[in-house]
Design a protein. Sequence first.
Length: 146
Amino acid sequence: MVIGIIGENCVGKSTLASEIQKAIGAEIVTGKDYLRMAKSEGEATALFQKKLEKAVTGENILYIISEKEQTPFLPQGAITVLVTADLETIKERFKTRMHGNLPKPVEQMLEKKHGMFDAGDYDFYFDSTKDDVAEICQKIKDRVQR
């Protein structure tokens, strides 16, 4: 099964993916990691899309997506999870990632991108500031095992 973990920077996608991986066993692919599959971007993209299409009915792959242009890679039948957090939490997490400093241009970029995935249609929604990780993992595990 392919599970798309979708959301902005610092919302908790990797943390959630790690927990889902423990629950169901899965390969995790982040962002453009797939580019390592071939020397050219076009060839790597084609190989990755074929791999995802095969995985819909086979191995479990968690694809962590933080850019809109990556969402079309998800094949028909993939499970989608939107991971969110409020803007202040995202800023604090990013600030921690940057060793306590959040430059104004980075803050503005986070503000501009906030909510960029909200208009989509997803199978599951997870707010990392208030929802229970174990609960969402169980729901996804139940869905995968159908």
